[in-house]
Ligand binder design. Sequence first.
Ligand code: IVH
Length: 705
Amino acid sequence: MTTTTPVTSTNAHKDRVELEELEAQLRYHEDLYRAGKPEIPDGAFDELADRYAELADKLGVPAAERLDARPGADHTEGFEQVEHRVPMLSLEKLTPNRRDTHGEPVSILEQLAQWVERRRAELELTDDVELPLMVEPKIDGISVSLLYRDGALVRAVTRGDGRRGDDITTQVRRARCVPDKLAFRSGEMEVRGELYWPNAAFDRHNARLEAAGEERIANPRNGCAGMMKRKEIDGLEEVGITSFLYSVPWVKGLELPPTQTDTLRWLQELGAPVYLAEVGHTEGADATLAFCEGYATRRETLDFDIDGMVIKIDELKHYSILGATGHHPHWGVAYKFPPERKTTRLLDVELSVGKTGKITPVAHLAPVELARTTVTRASLHNFVELARKDVRVGDLVEVEKAGDIIPQVVGVRLEARPDGTHPFPRPEVCPACGAAVLAEEIFIYCPNPGCSAQRQQRLEHFASRRALDVEGLGSSLVAQVVDKLGVEKPHHLFTRLDAQKLAGLERMGKKSSENVMRALEAAKSAGLSRVLYGLAIRHVGETMAEDLARHFGSDEALLAFAERYVAGDETAVATVAPESGTGAIEGLARKTADSIFAELDSPAIREVLDGLRSVGVSLTAKVAVRKEVEGVAGKTFVLTGTLPTLKRDEAAARIKGAGGKVSGSVSKKTDYVVAGDDAGSKLAKATELGVAVLDEAGLLALLGD
Ligand code: IVH
């Protein structure tokens, strides 16, 4: 692997582990987000995605192997999608762990000072001219775009993927969370702001739920997002969701005020809810950061959650000059409060078995309040990490929420260690089935394909949205079909279930059973790549599944190849994993290929594929066929930075579809570097080596668009 910065092997190892965990977290949250039940704010998701991109860059992970880590195509089924007149972007963040190109840490203050300096330079301000800033709390809710015509609310739309959002007018109206009317008679305006659930109203709602024996909602932010994606709107008017409106990106027949402060005043005069009382008016990085940090104490007195502060240039006339990237406007930046950290007792360590048999330690904690939720479980990452921190049952441990989301044990209070504790032993047998474990790199696995814990996880994964997408077949139904209907392997879902049997299970009615059967029928045409992904083969993520499907086209071709590969057929090995350079499948290294093809060639996988084929599940590729484009075919591309419209995966797919290759690192063999915003060291290396650099338009032109 070539990386542009030297990485020591232990660090690289740690980074790999973190990358893998981030990937799992991102998938998890993306699923929830799309189902309209997010557990974390968009900002926190973006933070995970940013960290993922940073690590993936550092490790030189090829674009083709990366998770497309953006809420991207957010859309909830059944909601009409509306194009935003002005894209709804997000803010660039000042981040605590930033390092410069030499690996030196850059403090938040330095980052803010650089940010201010860059804006001043861009605006060509001389030293004697001030650049007034205004600082608002960053409300932790969901962003909304509202259209008012002749004073009346006509539409409310979520942020969605930033270009298109979901129409939530019905929900917003019924919840009465924004004014139905603003005090202007003619003209149109788009107003943006944040919908949020004040803590008191949220607690009242939860108390009602509890009294009715229903499950509590985890936190106000999730609750608000969930409520606004409810199709059943009765009762929404009672839950107490409300809003702050903070910007007017577009008007017709009306005049915009000159500053952000005046915009808030104007909105207030029109009758909109705004947060004006305690905004800051500052100048320069020092005073601005001091104001942000000072807000941390005020935060506790507020009846709503804020997760940071938003620093904005006050004069609106500067905004069009400063412009934006595809993601962030240049007129504002976000400051985040440091994550809350608490100390609590580690009661036990649970061993959890994943779909590939990976066994991971999970902490059971004495309940502790963190970021308004009660935490009782936290990630301990892996056994190497656990041993490094020497975390022991009985210890007082420090728990933090990464990006205010997933709780993690970050350290041990060694000085408070009680007597009689023992280092936590690495398990030698699987906690679910008792099979002797196998160690692979830093992870340990249960090797028993018949393990009950693995079977449950694997079936859940097979039915999950990104795999076969069998709606309704979640963890509790999977547990029941395994226990009561004899389902052991994916193909049994098609042979051992019918609506009548399903209707006899707990919490299943006639209608839901029929829906599951319909979803299973529809799943038959999902295509080879989703089936491959759904089989939970180690190292076969979505992109690898697509690449395999695209390259082989059918299960027969793939299995025949796997057989040859495993038998040591040299041409087969050289095709996908040559000694040097890249083979037919981008980013597939020899060790990974060995593992993937061995598993594909195993009797267990062959049995499932045979079973699926015989019930009519399509095992041919749906992915676009390659159509070579001259000038791209045979050339090697490196993608870096954020492109204005194409997601990285899309760009990689287009290049590969045209016969080109995509690589993760720049070398003399690179033909083109495609650079977007914030392109870092790869762009520098391209310039150094004299490699041609393209922007997105250049790439599209080359592709013949
Ligand atoms: S200004 C480019 N002001 O924070 C978007 N945003 O990434 C700039 N937010 O999703 C919006 N409070 O929904 C602005 N006072 C505030 C805000 C605020 C919360 C949210 C917004 C956006 C995220 C920033």
